[in-house]
Design a protein around this ligand. Structure first.
Ligand SMILES: *[C@@H]1O[C@H](CO)[C@@H](O)[C@H](O)[C@H]1NC(C)=O
Ligand SMILES: *[C@@H]1O[C@H](CO)[C@@H](O)[C@H](O)[C@H]1NC(C)=O
Ligand SMILES: *[C@@H]1O[C@H](CO)[C@@H](O)[C@H](O)[C@H]1NC(C)=O
Ligand SMILES: *[C@@H]1O[C@H](CO)[C@@H](O)[C@H](O)[C@H]1NC(C)=O
Ligand SMILES: *[C@@H]1O[C@H](CO)[C@@H](O)[C@H](O)[C@H]1NC(C)=O
Ligand SMILES: *[C@@H]1O[C@H](CO)[C@@H](O)[C@H](O)[C@H]1NC(C)=O
Ligand SMILES: *[C@@H]1O[C@H](CO)[C@@H](O)[C@H](O)[C@H]1NC(C)=O
Ligand SMILES: *[C@@H]1O[C@H](CO)[C@@H](O)[C@H](O)[C@H]1NC(C)=O
Length: 811
């Protein structure tokens, strides 16, 4: 009988559905929405309707941006796909229940209801919130009968609160074609101090870092005025997190199918989504990447080390870069006869597996308390507020510790070690580093006076250390005399030329028979003033990274402008990669190290240095190798010197090399970190294949190396791309991952390319789930007629195809 009534209701709905005005923002109970109709919010921001994601045939009810319909932010029936879809309807009952009805079955229901006598309506708001409310009530969250913001999917929109309710939090889609609840979630965790956690099933994947009183300690990015989330606390518990709604800035936080948390904003001008950040961002962000008592430092190679006083538990695995086993104490603790603590600065605190928090204890009390309990392994201030406050103690393993460059100096961790170990460390430091002041090490021997003496000593030392650093800041870049350089290079003889770049020739030189240098003699086209040039060089000299060539100084006299670099023994990467005889020196493990090194150098230039530097001419011949074949990027910063009169986003003078340039840069002069990512992708493919993109030819097609890689990818035989001279010495999964990442880097549209931090993450993480690449951006080479209004000047040396395109249009 109930069924009969129901069919009656359907017929009733059908009869009245004609009155629904497609594109309105309100649905009344006497109306329905069919598959061809949508609700559109008042200012046309969001749209609600039935859709099929990607290549799926299934139908879902969802909300998406009107301007970018492929960006779906919420799905009602995500776990109830509609596989057959003759008569699909969305309707609101007079009792305030929203139902999706297919034929005679309710596929999905909001299960909401209100008291009799009121007039419910369904309203799609400009915030993206779908609400059921009384028509007479104002638009106010507390008066909603039901609203979609209470049921987050994979996207957090501004105004939407993630709460401690176990059902709250983001859950990823299964795949891009299947919105049902996937393996990943993003939730508030109040175990110990509050933090946000991305989980994979039951296991953790990424932790934001604990709340330190000001922000989530994993990174000051939480302080960004635009993206700083609003957090509500109940005592010391975090009960909700949300983003502030601002009508003039569209933004969203998405947990994607591979478990990456991604923050996007839309610029009003071009309706493009910009990826602001991704978490996890690098391998060190992977939960417990270095195992128990390990510490992850992204700037080092290898990135995992044991905490001081610890050694690898399984040495063999550790040396093979399987760090999951972690570390063990070198010497056991000696609880009764005295343990002490070693200070570790600027770290993301270890996970709180077993812990104790007491907000009313000072750091001293905390230390004493930790020392008095033999199972306490570390302590720290809980908050950084008031110069450090509260006490946090760990018991048992210290897991997921990572170094955070730029972390608050109050965020220090004190790790328990036996006194014998601490003394050893002190001795070692003094031997290795006589001139450098000793780091503050607290050894608690139970004698309070000694502690106080030590602490005040430490303060003096610290102050001195601070002064020294400040002095370094003023350090001027050495200015070389022209005469010195002339002598060193044998008056710039042709024999000493070791390369030719986009900005001028490079000479090898010898300073007073001792130190070897490389001299870059800049062509006189920079158009930059002398002071400006000097300032720029001084700035660039401060960029220091193991994967960047070191700038030693410069020479400015008359018209001459030269940059003096360290000389590198082993020439450049192209010298090895393409040459049949030398290539055997670069077997796969070395090639992979080189790839990672280049990626780290580029990441440093893009994100981690004080200047944001876009290289603009990354290519194999710009990667130099030192005696151990470590890669060092050269020519960085030159683009900055030559480009300072141009706007950041677009240049009239395109400096670069065909075969490596991203389409938008080569054609429109638009450059960004993403154009460097493109060049990196090309370099990566060249290293894997041992072939040049530009000179590539194949008997069966006319594509370049990128095109060839794409064809092989589509046919699922990418291993055919691998340099045959590698003789199967490679790890298949690693090579495949490299090729996939390379294809992602050379995507046609900049927004589809990953940023360098993601590249490093994807390359360095075994088993990472990578997005599927689409067709790469082909660049039509040398079609001179296509370059309207542009003059190309190619340098004499045809091997070095560096070009400059000068815009002839009047400025
Ligand atoms: C549907 O209901 C709304 C509000 O209750 C009313 O304004 C509208 O006239 C109704 N339409 C029809 C066709 O009954
Ligand atoms: C609304 O609720 C009343 C009382 O619970 C019930 O009798 C009626 O069937 C409901 N109507 C619909 C359309 O669900
Ligand atoms: C509504 O209730 C039904 C039956 O209890 C349940 O299966 C369904 O999951 C609920 N729907 C939602 C959206 O919670
Ligand atoms: C929403 O309604 C509640 C209760 O009616 C009221 O206390 C609150 O101030 C309202 N909030 C806004 C933003 O209007
Ligand atoms: C309007 O919302 C308030 C809650 O803020 C609720 O108490 C009241 O019943 C609502 N009015 C109607 C007519 O439903
Ligand atoms: C909203 O965003 C705009 C543009 O970013 C900004 O100028 C404005 O100050 C913001 N408004 C608020 C209330 O934050
Ligand atoms: C926190 O520390 C204070 C001072 O040592 C102590 O009095 C208090 O009992 C501690 N609180 C808890 C919950 O352990
Ligand atoms: C040490 O601390 C742990 C955790 O609070 C506690 O369970 C244990 O009883 C303490 N041991 C001693 C000897 O106080």
């Amino acid at each position: 009988m109930a069924r009969f009534e129901f069919i009656g209701a359907i017929l009733y709905l059908f009869f009245h559905s004609l009155t629904f005005l497609n594109g309105a923002d309100i649905l009344f109970p006497n109306q329905t929405i069919s598959t061809a109709q949508t609700l559109i919010s008042q200012n046309q921001v969001f749209e609600l309707g039935f859709f099929s994601p990607g290549s799926s045939q299934n139908k879902f009810l969802g909300i998406w941006y009107k301007k970018t319909p492929d960006v779906v932010v919420w799905v009602a029936n995500r776990n109830n796909p509609i596989t057959y879809s003759q008569k699909l309807l969305l309707s609101l009952t007079i009792n305030g229940t929203l139902n999706i009805i297919s034929e005679t079955t309710i596929i999905w229901s909001s299960n909401s209801s209100l008291l009799l006598g009121s007039n419910p309506v369904l309203h799609l708001l400009d915030t993206g919130n779908l609400v059921i409310k009384d028509i007479n009530n104002v638009t106010n969250q507390s008066s909603f009968i039901w609203h979609s913001f209470d049921y987050p999917g994979d996207t957090r929109l501004p105004g939407m609160k993630l709460t401690i309710n176990p059902d709250s939090g983001l859950t990823s889609w299964k795949t891009a074609n299947d919105p049902s609840v996937g393996d990943f979630s993003y939730k508030i965790e109040n175990q110990g101090l509050p933090e946000m956690v991305v989980s994979h099933g039951k296991g953790k994947r990424w932790r934001s870092g604990t709340w330190n009183g000001l922000y989530l300690s994993g990174g000051p990015w939480f302080l960004d005025p635009i993206f700083r989330p609003e957090m509500i606390f109940d005592g010391y518990k975090l009960i909700s997190v949300s983003d502030t709604y601002n009508a003039s800035l569209l933004q969203r936080l998405k947990l994607d199918e591979s478990g990456f948390l991604q923050r996007y904003t839309m610029s009003e001008k071009n309706n493009n989504w910009n990826l602001v950040y991704t978490k996890p961002r690098d391998p060190c962000d992977n939960y417990a990447h270095c195992g128990p008592y390990g510490i992850c430092r992204i700037e080092r190679a290898p990135i995992c080390e044991c905490l001081s006083g610890f050694e690898p538990k399984f040495r063999q695995d550790w040396d093979l870069q399987d760090w999951s086993g972690g570390c063990d104490r070198i010497r056991p603790l000696n609880c009764l006869n005295g343990d002490g603590f070693l200070e570790v600065k600027g770290v993301k605190f270890p996970d709180m597996l077993e812990f104790l928090v007491n907000m009313s204890m000072s750091l001293y009390e905390c230390e004493a308390e930790c020392l008095s309990n033999c199972s306490c392994t570390a302590y720290a201030n809980a908050y950084i507020t008031n110069g450090g406050s509260g006490c946090l103690m760990w018991f048992g393993s210290l897991v997921d510790t990572r170094e955070l460059p730029g972390a608050d100096s109050r965020q220090n961790l004190y790790i328990r070690l036996p006194v014998s170990e601490l003394e050893l460390r002190t001795d070692l430091k003094e031997k290795n580093n006589k001139r450098r002041p000793r780091k503050l090490i607290l050894i608690l021997t139970g004698c309070g006076v000694l502690v106080i003496v030590l602490i005040s000593c430490g303060m003096v030392i610290r102050r001195r250390l601070g002064r020294k650093e400040r002095k370094d800041e003023d350090l001027e870049l050495p200015l070389f005399k022209l005469a010195t350089i002339v002598a060193a290079t044998n008056n710039f003889t042709a024999e000493n030329v070791i390369g030719e770049g986009g900005f001028g020739p490079v000479y090898r030189g010898n300073l007073s028979g001792e130190e070897e240098i490389a001299v870059k003699r800049l062509s006189r086209t920079s158009g930059q003033g002398l002071e400006e040039f000097k300032n720029e060089v001084i700035l660039i000299a401060k960029l220091q990274h193991r994967n960047l060539v070191r700038l030693l100084g410069c020479c400015i006299e008359g018209e001459e402008r030269m940059l003096i670099y360290e000389y590198l023994e082993n020439k450049s990467l192209d010298y090895f990669v393409y040459d049949g005889n030398r290539t055997t020196m670069l077997m796969w493990p070395k090639r992979f190290d080189i790839i990672m090194g280049i990626a780290r150098g580029l990441l440093y230039l893009h994100h981690d240095s004080r200047l944001k530097v876009i290289h603009r001419d990354l290519k194999t011949s710009n990667i130099l190798l030192d005696t151990d074949l470590n890669p060092k990027i050269s020519d960085f910063g030159l683009a900055r010197i030559f480009g300072s009169d141009q706007t950041i986003a677009r240049t009239k003078r395109v400096v670069g090399t065909y075969g490596y340039m991203a389409p938008e840069y080569a054609v429109d002069g638009k450059f960004s970190v993403k154009s460097d990512v493109f060049s990196f992708g090309v370099v990566l493919l060249e290293i894997v294949s041992g072939k040049k993109n530009r000179d590539f030819d194949h008997s069966e097609h006319y594509h370049n190396l990128l095109g060839h890689a794409w064809l092989l990818w589509k046919e699922n035989r990418v291993l055919d791309l691998v340099d045959e001279r590698l003789n199967d010495s490679f790890v298949e999964s690693q090579v495949k991952r490299c090729i996939q990442v390379a294809l992602l880097c050379v995507q046609k549209f900049a927004e589809n390319r990953p940023v360098m931090s993601s590249v490093i993450f994807m390359l360095g993480t075994d088993g990472a789930i990578l997005p599927e690449p689409m067709e790469p951006g082909f660049f039509v080479e040398r079609s001179s007629s296509a370059n309207r209004g542009r003059r190309m000047s190619t340098s004499k040396d045809s091997e070095q195809t560096t070009i400059t395109i000068t815009d002839l249009e009047p400025r």
